[in-house]
Design a binder for this molecule. Structure first.
Ligand SMILES: [Fe+2]
Length: 275
């Protein structure tokens, strides 16, 4: 299902700073905390990891917002957050998440922060978000030089995100030629899917292979994502934040229009394995 990109208009609100505090690190053993500091690497899909549950949140604060798509609230090299008026209901939650990120992410100041909120009706048999298994922030053929990965904090009120915790073998695939997400769909064991918990916040990295579930009855669903990223997400459909100058998103062709469905057998010996 294609995501319905409604064009929201938001108005100038409030600017505030994020201060640095020591935090206890939730699931500090997770490889995520190391991997979000390193450039993207396809080999890491062989090491599955759990999304990090950061506890329950009240869905009403997100439902009170208009749907926005990848709206920037922080630019790089700054700790200044610029929050449009229409998003004030999530201010306290946002501060809590950003303070946590400041503690775990040494690139916090350099990074950009974008927010997506999707309050929408999902049709029966459809998915609210991107269909199929994928990683948020997978750097494919578009990234000739891999950057430090992005990471996201996500929340869903019901029919929560599906997560696969199996190894995926994709490092041998030519990323310029093939759609890696389609390879996840090919390899995924659908009998071994876990579900995140509704109304909980999760920290994810690009190596957490997940999908928006197919919902069988018409459902209103709320999705939130805060993405911390080393470069601005330059997508033409982004919601404009009037509190920043210079938001200019040139029209573009999606990289997936140039890639084919992979038809490459997995060379297990490449991974030091055999059946
Ligand atoms: Fe996703």
């Amino acid at each position: 299902m294609k995501i319905d990109y409604r064009e929201a208009t938001v108005t100038a609100g409030e600017s505030f700073q994020i201060e640095k505090f020591w935090h206890p690190i939730i699931d500090a053993w997770s490889p995520l905390y190391r991997d979000i500091l390193e450039p993207f690497n396809f080999h890491k899909y062989t090491c599955p990891r759990l999304p990090i549950s950061m506890g329950a949140l009240d869905a009403a604060q997100f439902k009170a917002c208009p749907s926005v798509l990848r709206i920037p609230i922080k630019y790089g090299n700054s700790t200044d957050i610029r929050l449009p008026k229409e998003l004030f209901s999530i201010k306290d939650t946002l501060i809590r998440i950003l303070q946590y990120d400041y503690h775990i992410n040494p690139y916090f100041e350099e990074f950009f922060a974008h927010i997506t909120i999707d309050n929408s009706l999902v049709r029966a048999g459809g998915t609210q978000r991107f269909e199929g298994f994928h990683g948020d922030g997978l750097q494919g053929g578009k990234f000739k030089q891999k950057l430090v990965v992005e990471h996201s904090y996500i929340f869903v009120d019901k029919h929560p995100t599906e997560v696969s915790l199996q190894p995926f073998f994709v490092a041998h695939i030519n990323e310029d030629r093939y759609n890696i997400f389609k390879e996840f769909d090919k390899q995924v064991d659908r009998k071994a899917i876990y579900h995140t918990r509704p109304c909980h916040l999760y920290l994810i990295d690009p190596y957490i292979v997940h999908a928006s579930p197919v919902i069988h009855e018409v459902t209103s669903r709320t999705f939130f994502r805060l993405t911390m990223t080393p470069t601005e997400l330059l997508m033409p459909k982004n919601t404009i934040n009037p509190m920043f100058d210079g938001q200019n998103y040139p029209a573009r062709i999606d990289v997936r229009e140039f890639t084919a469905d992979p038809d490459v057998p997995v060379p297990l010996d490449y991974y030091g394995l055999q059946r």
